[in-house]
Design a protein around this ligand. Structure first.
Ligand code: PHE
Length: 344
C-alpha cells in the first residue's frame, strides 16, 4: 500500500515538473503506459492474499484516476502555454512603417524608341531585331565595307575576335533582313537597338548608344519617298511644321547618301542657341541602298531599289527633352529618370 502512495506521489511530481508537452508525454508513458509503473502495481495484486486484494485494487484504481486527472489538467495547461508562446513569437507590430514601393517610369530612350516604333507600325512597317554581338560579315562586309576599306575607321569597333564584334550600327540588322528576304520585295521595316563604338564618353559621345534603322526595298522606290517618310517622322517626333533638308554625305552602303537636318523645333528655323543660329539641326544619316549591297544580298538592282536611314535615339531624346549630356541616359540617376513621368 505504501508503494502505491509512493508511485502516486512520484507520478504527480513528474507531471507537475513537466515543462512541455514532450516531457509530459514521457511521464505519461512511465506511469500510465501499458508497461508503466501503475500497470505493474496491478500485476503485483496477483501475489497478494485474497482478502487484501479488494483494498489494494481500489487504491491502485484511485491512484490511476488521480494521476490521469493530473495528466489531463497539465496537458491542458501546457497546450495553452504553447499556443500563447506561438502567438507571442508570431506577433506583428502593426504600428511599424511598411516598405514603400516606388513606381518607376519608362526610360526616356525607351519612350523615344516606342514613339518611333508606333509611328512606323502605323505606316505598315514591321519591327525587326538582331544580335548585339555581331559577325563582321553583317556589320561590315555585306554593308559594302570590305576589310581594307577606310570607312572601317569611321566606326571604331569593339572586336571580340577577328570575325566577331559588338555591332557598330543597326545597319548590321538591315543586312540580315536583306539576306533573309532572299531577293523578295517589298521590304518595309525598322530595326531599333543598341550599338557600340570605341568612343571616349563625353557630353555628346557614349561607347554604347541606340539607333533605329529604317529600310524600304521595292519597285520604284526613290529619294522622294525617303524625304516624305523622314518629313513625316520629323513632324511626328518634333511637332507639326517641321521641314527637313538633305545635305550630300557619304556612307559605303548608300548611294547617294545624305545627312538629314530638321528645321529647329525651338526657334522654328529662325536661329537659336540649340541650332547654333543656323535654324537647322542634324538628326540622321540616310540614302538609297547601294546597288552593290542589293546585289550582294541577292536582289536585282535593275528591278528594285530602296532607301535606308539610321537615326540616333539619344540624339532625338536630347533634342526633344532638352538634355545636354548623353551620359544622363546611362548613369541611372533616379532624379533624372523620374522627370519623364510627365511625358507620354
Ligand atoms: N549606319 C549609319 C551610321 O551609323 C547610319 C545610316 C543608316 C546611314 C542607314 C545611311 C543609311 O552612322
Amino acid at each position: 500500500m505504501d508503494k502505491i502512495t509512493e508511485v502516486q506521489s512520484q507520478a504527480l511530481e513528474a507531471i507537475a515538473a513537466a515543462q512541455d508537452l514532450n516531457a509530459l508525454q514521457q511521464a505519461r508513458i512511465t506511469y500510465l503506459g501499458k508497461k508503466g509503473l501503475i500497470q505493474s502495481l496491478m500485476s503485483e495484486m496477483k501475489a497478494l492474499p485474497k482478502e487484501e486484494k479488494p483494498a489494494f485494487g481500489q487504491k491502485v484504481n484511485i491512484c490511476k484516476q488521480e494521476v490521469t486527472a493530473a495528466f489531463e489538467k497539465r496537458t491542458e495547461e501546457l497546450s495553452r502555454l504553447a499556443v500563447s508562446a506561438k502567438l507571442e513569437k508570431e506577433k506583428i507590430d502593426i504600428t511599424l512603417e511598411g516598405d514603400r514601393l516606388t513606381i518607376g517610369t519608362t526610360h526616356p530612350l525607351m519612350m523615344i524608341r516606342e514613339q518611333i516604333e508606333d509611328l512606323f507600325l502605323g505606316m505598315g512597317y514591321t519591327v525587326a531585331e538582331g544580335p548585339e554581338v555581331e559577325e563582321d560579315h553583317y556589320n561590315f562586309e555585306l554593308a559594302n565595307i570590305p576589310k581594307d576599306h577606310p570607312a572601317r575607321d569611321m566606326q571604331d569597333t569593339f572586336y571580340i575576335d577577328p570575325n566577331t564584334l559588338l555591332r557598330t550600327h543597326t545597319t548590321a540588322m538591315q543586312m540580315r533582313e536583306l539576306e533573309k528576304a532572299e531577293g523578295r520585295t517589298p521590304i518595309k521595316l525598322i530595326c531599333p537597338g543598341k550599338v557600340y563604338r570605341r568612343d571616349d564618353d563625353d557630353a555628346t559621345h557614349s561607347h554604347q548608344f541606340m539607333q533605329c534603322e529604317g529600310l524600304v526595298v521595292g519597285e520604284h522606290i526613290t529619294l522622294a519617298d525617303l524625304k516624305g517618310t523622314l518629313e513625316y517622322m520629323a513632324n511626328r517626333m518634333f511637332g507639326n511644321g517641321r521641314k527637313i533638308r538633305f545635305r550630300p554625305s557619304y556612307f559605303p552602303f548608300t548611294e547617294p547618301s545624305v545627312e538629314v537636318d530638321v528645321s529647329c523645333p525651338f526657334c522654328n528655323g529662325k536661329g537659336c542657341s540649340v541650332c547654333k543660329g543656323s535654324g537647322w539641326i542634324e538628326i540622321l544619316g540616310a540614302g538609297m541602298v547601294h546597288p552593290h549591297v542589293l546585289e550582294m544580298n541577292g536582289f536585282d538592282s535593275e528591278k528594285c531599289s530602296g532607301f535606308a536611314f539610321g537615326v540616333g535615339i539619344e540624339r532625338v531624346a536630347m533634342l526633344k527633352y532638352g538634355i545636354d549630356d548623353i551620359r544622363n541616359f546611362y548613369i541611372n540617376d533616379a532624379r533624372f529618370l523620374k522627370m519623364f513621368d510627365r511625358f507620354d
